[in-house]
Design a protein around this ligand. Structure first.
Ligand SMILES: [Zn+2]
Length: 137
């Protein structure tokens, strides 16, 4: 009876997955993967911003015409990277909310389950591969 009680206490997410689909990552694993990814991105973000503030000539708008051009490009690249990381962090936060709500692994567009392999490679995926390719097209 102990096992049965344990099953009943599992997060509602388990009921949204087909019983025979054993390849799907468990809620615990998904949450762990998302939190690890989040920490990694936050560390990357902090490192990028640190590198930027370490620059001796923080006044990057000066001297663009001569040798400041490369620095400005570097700064733009850093900004673009930070923006990318920010949007990835938002995706992860949303995925964590879906985990808590029990809707993780369900496509936000068509409502069908997202393939396990896709969730394993992109834990924050909000759409199935079909909807994602349509979205990007
Ligand atoms: Zn879909």
């Amino acid at each position: 009876m102990k096992g049965r009680a344990l099953l009943a206490s599992v997060s509602p997410i388990s009921t949204t997955f087909k019983e025979n689909d054993m390849r799907r990552p468990s809620v615990t694993r998904v949450r762990k993967m998302l939190l690890e990814e989040k920490q990694r991105l936050q560390a990357d973000r902090a490192r990028l911003l640190d590198d930027q503030s370490d620059r001796p000539d923080a006044d990057y708008t000066a001297g663009i015409e001569d040798d400041g051009g490369a620095d400005l490009m570097e700064l733009e690249r850093t900004r673009a990277l930070v923006m990318t990381i920010d949007s990835m962090l938002i995706q992860i936060e949303k995925a964590l909310l879906r985990v808590e709500a029990g809707t993780y692994g369900i496509c936000e567009v068509c409502g069908k389950p997202i393939a396990a392999a896709r969730l394993t490679s992109i834990p924050s995926a909000a759409m199935c591969i079909t909807c994602q390719s349509r979205y990007e097209a």
